[in-house]
Design a protein around this ligand. Structure first.
Ligand code: ZN
Length: 248
């Protein structure tokens, strides 16, 4: 166990997507005990549920020093909430911007509900840190991804549950390219490769075409964001050759 490891337990909100996979790696690098929680609210795609299992298993395999820290996975059923929040994520609506300027993929208050369930589970499991992939940088316009919303949520949970939870959001101020760079810093190429190969982000649940940035339809907002992030990461990684360094 490294000197930086905190002797506390963390619960990672884990969907099997790129962001929450990096969050899982971040937590495994940092905490002595890490469990994961996923939410089944009637998503369109079983492919996401499969990605969760595969990413967890391959992460423990690729980075054996993390394996003993990885505890159980929990899946909470939230079909009732899914029925209320029916949008492009859960129903069959198109990807568009609504009259309120929010993407149609936005499910009102989803992160607040997830965090409430996660906190109740963490309380039962004796875990004190909640880790989520919320991000304001490549901002999709979701108000419950704002750090300010999460600070308020943390306070509400601690007051309401007489607890001392911390909501950690390691990706909050990173671009998608920087998220890849964080993955590389945490677990090197093996971690980058497994997140590229096994994490699932596409809203349409497609895994037929393999692009440079992973699998997906390539045209939904999630695929576009992932593609741009990967391109940015690769562009920054490429060694820059200075003309003066080139021997004549
Ligand atoms: Zn897609």
């Amino acid at each position: 166990m490294g000197p930086m490891t905190e002797d506390t337990g963390a619960l990672v909100l884990f969907s099997g997507g790129q962001d929450s996979s990096v969050c899982l790696a971040w937590a495994l690098d940092r905490y002595a005990r890490v469990e994961t929680v996923g939410f089944d609210y009637g998503q369109r795609h079983a492919v996401e549920l499969q990605a969760r299992e595969t990413v967890r298993a391959k992460m423990a395999e690729a980075l054996p020093e993390w394996a003993p820290r990885l505890g159980p996975d929990h899946m909470l059923e939230l079909h009732g909430f899914g029925a209320i929040g029916e949008t492009a994520m859960t129903g069959e609506r198109a990807f568009e911007i609504t009259s309120k300027g929010l993407p149609s993929t936005y499910v009102p208050g989803r992160n607040l509900v997830f965090l409430t369930y996660a906190a109740a589970l963490a309380d039962r499991r004796g875990l004190t840190v909640l880790v989520g992939g919320m991000c304001e940088t490549d901002f999709s316009g979701y108000p419950d991804c704002r750090r300010e919303s999460l600070d308020a949520m943390e306070r509400a949970l601690n007051l309401g549950m007489a607890q001392d939870f911390r909501i950690e959001t390691p990706l909050m101020w990173l671009t998608k390219a920087e998220t890849w760079a964080l993955a590389k810093g945490l677990g090197g190429e093996p971690l980058v490769d497994l997140i590229l190969e096994e994490s699932h982000t596409c809203y349409r649940g497609e895994r037929e075409a393999r692009h440079a940035w992973g699998y997906g339809c390539g045209t939904c907002p999630a695929c576009e964001l992932r593609a741009r992030g990967w391109e940015g990461f690769v562009a920054e990684e490429r060694p820059v050759m200075r003309p003066s360094a080139v021997k004549a």
